[in-house]
Design a protein around this ligand. Structure first.
Ligand SMILES: Cc1ncc(COP(=O)(O)O)c(C=O)c1O
Length: 340
């Protein structure tokens, strides 16, 4: 580990690492792909991504475990979700086995940027693809580039494990295209105004409601949501317009199989918030970030777990999930992929 990085004080931002992966799609096929040191992308002025935002991305992390191995968490799930995103956006699928190979390769090359064990930091891995050739009419591009870069990151929310505050915004995020289930660039751009506005008003994030009825809880700008009922059941919104979070699917499994809790995916009405005792955001970047309070147009809902610490069940979920990721707890088969 010879990189001059202050691992303990990393935020969630871009730090250039040494290598990235690139593969190009042309004449109906992907080339062999290669590792490069060039972090720049040069595009035609009318490239499909620039005109019609034909792009999608993924996000996963590499961790250093307690026995100093470097591992990735469920990269096969990211490969398959990216395939879904590509199909939804009329892009060619980057083969899932090649996706996993490329993730491993790019982490291996940047191994010195994987933070040491125990500091709460990780190497974030960002696979993405975009239409590269000129398009004028509204139609898919014929040529694409798939890339993966990495960046060492710390916690997504400043302040570590301190509970955060959400607000219910007036703005929809996924509604304009109804494509909340893909990690597509355009959808995220549609959320930027709501995020900037939330921060201006002192909130950490937005809790979006369903755009059809605006009565049901969906997710936040960069993470899914889980709640804990007063009788210790873990519940999470059922919706086909939110991103199907890999962390959330893993947590529901952990709740049932490791902690013996009931866990249920179901519709959650905004009025129900008063009935829950804990709330947290879950995602690769957010891990499991406790929520202390939600503000819905002036009405404050303070969860009984409060604004000082993680709720008891949230903490158990957090310790078990991160224990599995850090090699302290036996993982379910296939969850941990060793890189080096
Ligand atoms: C909008 C949104 N929802 C949910 C998530 C969490 O998904 P995952 O657990 O697969 O990282 C993310 C993560 O990037 C996200 O951007």
């Amino acid at each position: 580990m010879n990189k001059n990085i202050d691992w303990s004080n990393l935020g969630f931002g871009y730090i250039k690492t040494d290598y990235r992966y690139v593969s190009n799609y042309k004449d109906g096929k992907w080339d062999n792909g290669n590792i490069t040191t060039d972090e720049t992308v040069t595009l035609n002025e009318s490239a499909g991504v620039l005109q019609y935002a034909q792009t999608c991305f993924e996000g996963l992390k590499a961790y250093r475990t307690i026995d100093n191995k470097v591992v990735c968490f469920r990269p096969d799930m990211n490969a398959s979700r990216m395939a879904d995103s590509a199909k939804r956006l009329e892009m060619p699928v980057f083969p899932e086995n090649r996706f996993i190979y490329a993730v491993k390769e790019v982490v291996k090359r940047n191994i010195d940027f994987v933070p040491p064990y125990g500091l709460g930091a990780a190497l974030y891995i960002r696979p993405y693809m975009f239409g590269t050739n000129p398009v004028m009419g509204v139609k898919p591009a014929d040529e694409y580039q798939f890339r993966i870069f990495t960046s060492p990151v710390g916690p997504y929310f400043k302040g570590g494990a301190k509970p955060i505050t959400l607000r219910v915004p007036d703005f929809d995020r996924a509604a304009p295209l109804g494509t909340g289930h893909v990690k597509a660039g355009l959808n995220y751009a549609m959320s930027l105004h709501a995020i900037v506005d939330a921060h201006k008003q002192g909130y950490n994030e937005n809790m979006y409601l369903d755009s059809a009825t605006r009565t049901k809880v969906e997710e936040t700008g960069g993470a899914n949501i889980i709640f804990v009922t007063k009788d210790n059941k873990v519940v999470t919104p059922k919706s086909n317009t939110i991103l199907p979070s890999i962390t959330r699917r893993s947590l529901m499994y952990v709740a049932k199989k490791y902690l013996g809790l009931q866990a249920e995916e179901r519709e959650i009405r905004i009025e129900e918030l008063n009935d829950f005792k804990e709330c947290a955001l879950c995602g690769t970047a957010a891990v499991l970030s406790p929520v202390g309070k939600v503000v819905d147009h002036g009405k404050e809902i303070l969860f009984p777990s409060g604004m000082e610490k993680m709720g008891e069940i949230t903490k158990k979920l957090y310790d078990t999930l991160t224990g599995i990721q850090m090699g302290k707890i036996e993982p379910p088969e296939g969850w941990i992929v060793t890189i080096e």
